[in-house]
Design a protein around this ligand. Structure first.
Ligand code: PLP
Length: 480
């Protein structure tokens, strides 16, 4: 009934059993909606005719309520354009809850509406370097060409041309050979993991996760009733022997082999083979979370673990959050061919799939040859931005900082060994100053003792900005 904006459903309910006249009830609901900030100055409201038909009352009833609201200054008439909430009313928009500075978002965490990511935010691609004009053109072209068929339900497993484009990309860029029917498009990594868990695991199943690791992995497992078994990570990636010692009969292992999250190490070939051998012997599954494997600054990207998978034990999970942008909310799973039917069924049961038009635009971007070009550009840009942050930190902190640079990724780890404070305290101070550094120690269990600050460098626009951030960080860390 209220056009353009949503309104509280309570607004629709009118009570014919009370002695309060209907026009009065409608008047009161609009007033409340305005006073509570559900309707805002300038919002258009439904025409009296439409609302009367929606509520099953006479048009005169609505007109009486509207006239009262106009008389009291809540509504104003805009002639042909209809009736709006008076633009001159003070806005009751509930003040956006200020994120306390000490609660900066972790990577992958939701930011308040319209808030730009704070400096040093982890896990966000360079938002200033995204080819927005091209994207707008591709989106507009798709929107214009929408047919009736495009408006029907899509395939919950994913839009066919996108599944094909992903399969082609994976073969060329990640050494993963799969058919489009093995690719399942999802709403991102968590949705991918949910789909995998739903299809392959039972409540109570043990799953190896990396320690330290990416917190959402454990959160999703826990929410599905699985048991996450933290397995330590060393310079070669997950220590498979420790996993075997802890829970040999785990049903699944979830790893980030290209660029371990958060330590950044690449899983060695020996470990990859060991993990594959364990999975094949135990009929267990491996989930390869390849969230940013494309970003490697020394040498070409490493082939995916999936490319070594001779026994079809690996499920490959990809995301467009890092290689395009997180607001797209698109990821995908590559399932073994023998499981395609089970995944298709689980996808159908679980949701209506992802928006068709978004998938179509991503497919156009990939098939139009823009994707490899974009990745190449971002690789060069990130290497440069990483270098700028490193130089600025070294300049600001000198010997007081030890920077752990790995061959890839979108963040670095800075260690301040000479400081006595814990990394949680250092991160708190940085966040108070508006810099979103995250403590390394909280990414692991109690037996993970490493400390440091995780910093994203992808959105640092210039050497001057890097210098300013490093100076600010220095001031924040030494403050009491
Ligand atoms: C380790 C890891 N896996 C996966 C993802 C991608 O998650 P999503 O697709 O939900 O953005 C991220 C993003 O930060 C990540 O850090």
């Amino acid at each position: 009934m209220i056009q353009d904006k949503t309104a509280s459903p309570a607004l629709l309910e009118i009570d014919r059993s009370t002695p309060t006249p209907l026009y009065r009830q409608i008047y009161a609901r609009f007033r409340t909606a305005i006073e509570q900030g559900v309707l805002h100055p300038g919002d258009r409201v439904a025409s009296a005719r439409d609302l009367a038909s929606e509520l099953g009352v006479s048009r005169g009833t609505i007109e009486t309520a509207y006239n009262l609201l106009m008389g009291e200054g809540y509504f104003s008439s805009q002639g042909q354009a209809g009736t709006v909430v008076s633009p001159s009313l003070p806005s009751q928009r509930p003040a956006r809850r200020e994120r306390r500075r000490s609660e900066a978002p972790a990577d992958g965490e939701v930011l308040a509406d319209a808030a730009p990511p704070p400096p040093l935010q982890l896990g966000i691609p360079a938002l200033d370097a995204f080819p927005r004009k091209l994207w707008a053109r591709l989106t507009a072209r798709r929107a214009r060409a929408t047919t009736a068929a495009d408006m029907f339900y899509g395939n919950p497993s994913g839009y066919a041309p996108l599944r094909a484009a992903i399969a082609a990309y994976l073969l060329v860029s990640r050494g993963v050979s799969c058919k489009p029917s093995q690719v399942f498009v999802t709403g991102g990594y968590r949705a991918s993991l949910s789909l995998i868990a739903h299809t392959l695991l039972d409540k109570g199943d043990a799953v190896w996760v990396e320690d330290p690791g990416y917190p959402p992995t454990q959160e999703v497992l826990r929410s599905k009733g699985m048991r996450a078994v933290p397995v330590p990570v060393d310079d070669e990636g997950m220590v498979v022997a420790r996993g075997v010692r802890k829970t040999a009969a785990a049903r699944m292992a979830i790893v980030t082999p290209s660029h371990q999250a958060p330590l950044g190490v690449s899983m060695s070939l020996a470990r990859r083979l060991q993990l594959l051998e364990w999975a094949s012997r135990n009929k267990a599954w491996i989930v390869e979370d390849d969230y940013d494997g494309e970003y490697r600054y020394a040498g070409p990207p490493l082939p995916a673990l999936k490319s070594l998978d001779g026994h079809d034990r690996v499920l490959y999970a990809g995301s467009f959050s890092k290689v395009l942008y997180p607001g797209l909310a698109l990821g995908y799973v590559v399932a073994p061919e023998s499981l395609s039917a089970a995944f298709a069924e689980a996808a159908r049961t679980g949701s209506n799939g992802s928006p068709q038009i978004t998938q179509a635009v991503v497919a156009d971007f990939m098939r139009g040859g823009y994707f490899p070009r974009h990745l190449k550009k971002m690789r060069l840009l990130y290497a440069r931005r990483r270098g700028m942050l490193v130089a600025a930190l070294l300049k600001a902190f000198g010997d007081d900082v030890r920077i752990d640079l790995k061959s890839g990724g979108m963040h670095l780890i800075a260690r301040f060994d000479k400081r006595r404070e814990r990394d949680t305290e250092l991160a708190r101070r940085a966040q108070l100053a508006g810099l979103n550094c995250q403590p390394l120690s909280t990414r692991g269990t109690a037996s993970f003792l490493d400390e440091g600050l995780l910093m994203g460098f992808t959105n640092i626009g210039s050497a001057a900005e890097a210098k300013q951030l490093a100076t600010k960080l220095r001031a924040a860390l030494v403050s009491r």
